[in-house]
Each structure stands twice: as structure tokens, then as C-alpha cells.
Design a protein around this ligand. Structure first.
Ligand code: ADP
Ligand code: MG
Length: 224
């Protein structure tokens, strides 16, 4: 019976996720359908196209986040240096940080051993976490990224921002699919990140204080 209970819980979780996905994708699809109708009846097409491309982008974003949850078919775990991955990600997010008036400080030990990982997946996690931090500092701020080896021989990466922080009742909801407090959020970034880190035998935890800021900790096994 325990087995049956587990299965039925799993199925209902799958059902809930499917319902969420269907709902989130149907909204932009409905909008797209409406605009294509408007366009076939002849109108000022250019302004419609901008909205349509925005809606398509949203679908693309949702689908690409969710693809990570699909069964790992072609993904290959390879030894990679996380400091290099972190620096690559920061290069990618540099302009966004500058625009948002966010200063990013790093204390990354470049001599750390490799991590057995799917590079693109770790990249996706770091992008999600840094973006969240930047988005939490609406009027600018500072993010500190540290990467060190712990006494237990693990890699610990921490991302600390001095942004809005997260209220206690919200903290419990982080990682739930589609949970977002943002107008244009997907609410998938953290769920996917938790999943990826778990697939890497690691652990992700979030500490936060409303009004003070947030720290996201990621611990991963090091090769050596
Ligand atoms: P999204 O960014 O699309 O909203 P996420 O899964 O990345 O989805 O994050 C879910 C929610 O967690 C955000 O909407 C926000 O409320 C909260 N959150 C995540 N990271 C932070 C952070 N660094 N500071 C404040 N709130 C955060
Ligand atoms: Mg996010």
C-alpha cells in the first residue's frame, strides 16, 4: 500500500505540473491566435508583431526551462572547472547587471578541482540565480559570489544579494513550479535549478531576510 500511495502521489504531482504547463503555455498561445486573426483581417501589423514575438519568446522560455526535466537522454557528465563556468556566466550577464546598477563582486578560488557536470545545465542554474538576485535589487545593489572548498572537500558556491529579500511565507514556496512574484516571471527558474543540482548529487539552499537580502548556497561534489 505504501508503494501504491507513492505512485498515486507521484501521478497527482505529474498531473498538477501538466496542468500548470498547459495553463502557462495556453495564455500566450491564445494571444497569438487572436493577433493572427486580427492580422488576416488587415490592420497595422507591425505593432501586433512586437507583441506576438514577445509571446513566442515566453513560450520558448517555458519550454526550454522544462526540457531540463525531461529524461536525460543525450546529456553527458564531464569534468569541468566551475570557476571558468562562473566567469563565463558573469560575462553573459554583465550588461544586465550594469543596466540594473548592480555591482558584482567575486571571490572565486580558481585552483579548485573539477566538478563532474553537464556544463550547460550548471550554466543555466547560475544564470537563474544571478538573474534572480539582480531582479531583487530593483534600485541597484551588490551581489557577492564566492566559490570555495569546504572542510568536507565539497565545492560551495554562494550568491549573496542585498535586494528585497524573501518573506518567510514565500520562502516555503520557492521551487514550486510556476510560483513567481514577478509580472513577467515564469516561476520555473528555481524548480529547474533545484532539479539540476540534485541530478549533480549536490544541494541548493536559500537563506533570506525580508528587506535585507538573500543568499543562495549551492554545494557540489568535487573531483579530488
Ligand atoms: P521567476 O524568477 O520567473 O519569478 P524563479 O523560480 O526564478 O521564478 O523564482 C521564484 C520566486 O522566488 C521569484 O518570483 C521571487 O519572488 C523569489 N526569489 C528568487 N530569488 C530571489 C532573490 N534573490 N531575492 C528575492 N526573491 C527571490
Ligand atoms: Mg528567475
Amino acid at each position: 500500500t505504501e508503494e501504491l500511495l507513492r505512485k498515486s502521489e507521484m501521478l497527482s504531482a505529474v498531473g498538477q505540473l501538466a496542468a500548470g504547463i498547459a495553463h502557462e503555455i495556453r495564455n500566450p498561445l491564445t494571444a497569438l491566435k487572436g493577433f493572427t486573426k486580427l492580422m488576416t483581417s488587415g490592420g497595422p501589423n507591425e505593432s501586433y508583431l512586437a507583441i506576438m514575438s514577445g509571446e513566442l519568446e515566453r513560450i520558448e522560455e517555458i519550454v526550454s526551462e522544462l526540457l531540463v526535466l525531461a529524461k536525460p537522454q543525450a546529456v553527458e557528465f564531464l569534468p569541468k572547472p566551475v570557476p571558468v563556468i562562473l566567469h563565463d556566466v558573469l560575462l553573459l550577464l554583465d550588461t544586465q547587471a550594469i543596466i540594473s546598477n548592480v555591482q558584482i563582486e567575486t571571490e572565486i578560488d580558481d585552483s579548485l578541482p573539477m566538478v563532474n557536470c553537464v556544463e550547460n545545465q550548471l550554466k543555466q542554474v547560475f544564470i537563474n540565480v544571478v538573474k534572480n538576485g539582480v531582479e531583487a535589487m530593483a534600485s541597484g545593489g551588490k551581489m557577492v559570489i564566492r566559490a570555495v572548498r569546504t572542510e568536507e572537500g565539497m565545492l560551495k558556491i554562494s550568491f549573496t544579494d542585498n535586494g528585497s529579500g524573501i518573506p518567510a511565507q514565500t520562502l516555503a514556496k520557492l521551487g514550486e513550479p510556476f510560483f513567481t512574484t514577478k509580472n513577467k516571471g515564469t516561476g520555473l527558474g528555481l524548480m529547474v535549478s533545484y532539479k539540476i543540482i540534485e541530478n549533480h548529487q549536490g544541494k541548493m539552499t536559500i537563506n533570506s531576510k525580508e528587506g535585507a537580502g538573500t543568499t543562495v548556497n549551492i554545494v557540489l561534489p568535487l573531483l579530488g
